[in-house]
Design a protein around this ligand. Structure first.
Ligand code: NDP
Length: 240
């Protein structure tokens, strides 16, 4: 029996590598995305992975989207809450809309997706949830009060939900990536990125596949004793 996995934001960047890694390992994978239809279509054709469009910040859309995945593949065993956005600016310039958008997507999305699958996981006595946090949720980052708060919230959410899932066969863990070579990091101005890379002891950006390896470890059936943990994959930049 192959397990069914949903990867939010699973068509680009880290999520793309996670979707591909899970498929290669034999899981049935549903890759969610928000709006970039061209990238999603190209991804689906290239990798033979089904894609599903919905906004993780929208509670009702998550319920509907998960129902579509269940109709196609069967009950969901694994959710990788990876969808995330940045809307960087200092607090002085940050609008309430920038705050809300980042909190609603990055943290609200975890709540919405967990709500959509939780009862089924409880009923079946099995589940694996992996929430993608960030080094900047652990350490903070200039110009990212919204993003750091959302990612820090993910780490608290993970530890709290892990306690609810533990007696029921459901593990809930987080991964805190450092700086990974994706579109999100490509948006960082080159002079700022240069300074960031200089602070990474491994001496380079991480690869999306290096995060996918962590996800594969956490979602394995054999991973039942690992829960409530945060795996830092950051090239030694922040030893938490
Ligand atoms: P990308 O910007 O490369 O990809 C983001 C993905 O998330 C896309 O598939 C996008 O869909 C999807 N997405 C965005 N908003 C929504 C939404 N509201 N609903 C559904 N899907 C959505 O991001 P990364 O791969 O760089 O980042 C992935 C995760 O890792 C994020 O949570 C990020 O915060 C975290 N992270 C990244 C780091 C990095 O260095 N890259 C470092 C630490 C954490 P679409 O293609 O349709 O836009």
């Amino acid at each position: 029996m192959s397990r069914v996995a949903i990867v939010t934001g699973g068509t680009r960047g880290i999520g793309e590598a996670v979707s591909i890694g899970l498929k290669k390992a034999g899981y049935k994978v549903a890759a969610n995305y928000a709006g970039n239809d061209d990238r999603a279509k190209a991804f689906a054709e290239k990798h033979g992975i089904a894609v599903f469009k919905w906004d993780v910040a929208d509670y009702d859309a998550c319920m509907k989207g998960v129902a579509e995945v269940v109709a196609k593949f069967g009950p969901v065993d694994i959710v990788v809450n990876n969808a995330g956005i940045t809307r960087d600016s200092t607090l002085k310039k940050q609008s309430r809309a920038q705050w809300d958008e980042v909190l609603d997507t990055n943290l609200g999305g975890c709540f919405n997706m967990c709500k959509a699958v939780w009862d089924g996981m409880l009923d079946r006595g099995f589940g694996r949830i992996v929430n993608i946090g960030s080094i900047n949720g652990q350490a903070g980052q200039y110009g990212q009060v919204n993003y750091a708060a959302a990612k820090s919230g993910i780490h608290g959410f993970t530890k709290a939900l892990a306690q609810e899932g533990a007696p029921k066969g459901i593990t809930v863990n987080a991964i805190a990536p450092g700086y990974i070579d994706t579109d999100m990091v490509a948006a960082v101005p080159p002079n700022v990125l240069e300074k960031i890379v200089a602070k990474i002891p491994v001496g380079r950006l991480g690869k999306a596949e290096e995060i996918a390896r962590g996800v594969l470890f956490l979602v394995a059936d054999e991973g039942g004793f690992v829960t409530g943990s945060t795996m830092s994959i950051n090239g030694g930049q922040h030893m938490y």
